[in-house]
Design a binder for this molecule. Structure first.
Ligand SMILES: Cc1cc2nc3c(=O)[nH]c(=O)nc-3n(C[C@H](O)[C@H](O)[C@H](O)COP(=O)(O)OP(=O)(O)OC[C@H]3O[C@@H](n4cnc5c(N)ncnc54)[C@H](O)[C@@H]3O)c2cc1C
Length: 465
């Protein structure tokens, strides 16, 4: 590769959605040179291309990125188009260096150019010492394979392609999947006069609609909970994280009562196959419909990243966005990067990578330093601050209490610590079991000593005993 044909930057941010732009703001503030590469022709198109009736679930007062309010009333819920326009105005306001119409199709280590990364986008090549991937959580629309066997007369759409009821054929509609878009679209097509069926189990609902009066009053509390309690630092957050990554969430605006009032026929059974070209539910019921709208979610799509950093679940192997396996690579905006809000507009406004990462959400800024030594020191700080659990990483570290008593794993017994691991410390979910325990000299926490437990020699945990 001719190094001169490469456009070089200190940092390249891939994706100019809310996450990429918030990262850009923090980089600019710190005087770090960078470029943002965006696939769409205009910043904000990702929002403009969503269904016409989309209203954000959070009011404008919570939807702004750092240092530029949304020019709408505090309690107004922006439309998708308004959000798109806001993001475009944000770029102009902060003069962020966004290059549009640049779809990155590979990211790899720049071994032939020294350190850093090589990014290709069609005929263009970029080099960067550090890369932030902010390509969004909603990447590849997912449709079950059996959809291909449906009668070609039935009009099929994924929610990503649905804009308005005008796209539908005359006649009944089956909406598959009962999360936000499923509920919104079923309600809309029923209101437009289509006999509408909605299949699948919902994931619960808020006790009130987000835009009701009670919802408005509850917003500060909901935001507090989503920011501070539903995080990887709390048991409830850790329990929730894999579920949120799989997709689905409680009904926020259109709830069960609204669907019933709109005349939507509910089927709890999943749509699980095809009979005579028609959709069939798991309980064997076959539905005669003219349209199917698949509100069956999205899957991550990082196939273009030619680095060993993507886990078996399809999500990056990272901790709060930092990829240990590939220094200088970061991810933003993915579900439960740290908290429930990580993939949401509310989360993008959160102050980025603070030094004390134990408390903060991912905040890329301070970590991305141009000086490698400074960067290494900051990464070490971050690693020290980690106290808890990593959902998708091979290496795990957590602080846990080893209680004196029964059922001691062999490795712990062999060390003669006279303690036992808590039930969930006896082995991780891959069946790996502790193989060695080392007491860390001089490290005490209250009356507990801190020990490190190796798990199958691939990882270690800090525990107290
Ligand atoms: C229907 C729907 C409704 C939603 N409603 C809300 C809501 O009300 N409130 C809320 O907080 N969240 C909502 N979300 C979730 C989330 O906030 C949005 O999806 C948001 O757009 C995510 O922001 P992001 O910056 O992480 O990713 P995106 O907004 O998806 O931005 C990623 C950007 O990266 C670009 N890109 C992707 N691949 C490449 C590539 N290879 N090269 C270059 N550029 C690339 C894309 O064009 C895009 O501009 C909704 C999601 C959906 C699907």
């Amino acid at each position: 590769m001719n190094a001169q044909s490469v456009e070089r930057h200190e940092v390249v941010v891939i994706g100019a959605g809310q996450a990429g732009l918030a990262a850009g703001y923090h980089l600019a503030r710190r005087g770090i040179e960078f470029a943002i590469l965006e696939a769409s022709a205009h910043v904000g198109d990702v929002w403009r291309d969503r269904y016409d009736s989309l209203l954000l679930y959070s009011p404008a007062r919570y939807d702004a990125l750092p240092k530029h309010p949304i020019p709408l009333g505090r309690n107004v819920f922006p439309t998708g188009a308004q959000m798109g326009d806001y993001l475009e105005a944000y770029v102009a306001h902060h003069r962020l260096p966004v290059q549009t119409g640049i779809r990155v199709n590979s990211l790899r280590a720049a071994s032939d150019l020294g350190d850093g990364y090589l990014i290709t986008a069609g005929p263009r090549t970029y080099g960067a010492n550090q890369v932030i991937v902010a390509t969004g959580a909603f990447q590849r629309p997912h449709v079950p394979e059996f959809a291909a066997q449906l009668d070609p007369q039935i009009r099929q759409l994924h929610s990503a392609d649905y804009r308005n009821p005008g796209q539908l054929a005359h006649g009944p509609v089956l909406v598959v999947g009962v999360s936000h878009s499923g509920a919104d679209l079923a309600y809309e097509v029923a209101a437009a006069g289509h006999p509408t069926m909605l299949s699948g189990k919902d994931h619960g609902q808020l006790p009130f609609s987000v835009d009701s009066r009670r919802g408005m009053l509850a917003w500060p509390i909901m935001r507090f909970v989503a920011w501070n309690l539903l995080t990887l630092s709390t048991p409830i957050g850790r329990k929730m994280a894999p579920l949120v990554r799989k997709g689905g969430g409680p009904l926020l605006r259109i709830r069960r009562g609204d669907l019933e009032r709109a005349g939507v026929e509910r089927f709890e059974a999943r749509t699980s196959g095809v009979s005579d070209g028609r959709p069939m539910l798991a309980d064997g019921l076959v539905l005669d419909v003219a349209n199917v709208i698949w509100c069956t979610g999205f899957r991550p799509d990082y196939g273009w990243i030619e680095l060993p950093v993507i886990g078996e679940d399809g999500w990056p192997i990272e901790y709060r966005g930092v990829v240990d396996l590939s220094p200088g690579l970061y991810f933003l905006g993915i579900p439960f990067l740290y908290s429930f809000t990580s993939m949401l507009v509310i989360g993008a406004a959160r102050r980025g990578l603070r030094r004390r990462a134990g408390r903060a959400a991912l905040s890329v800024g301070p970590l991305i330093a141009t000086d490698p030594a400074q960067r290494a020191a900051r990464l070490a700080d971050l690693q020290r601050a980690r106290g808890r659990f990593r959902p998708t990483s091979v290496r795990r570290r957590r602080r846990a209490r080893i209680r004196p008593g029964r059922g001691l794993p062999a490795a712990v017994r062999a060390e003669g610590l006279g303690a036992r691991l808590r039930r969930n410390d006896r082995g991780n979910r891959h069946g790996q079991r502790p193989t060695a325990v080392h007491q860390q000299p001089g490290r005490l926490r209250g009356h507990h000593a801190i020990v490190t437990i190796d798990i199958d020699r691939t990882s270690s945990r800090n525990c107290t005993a």
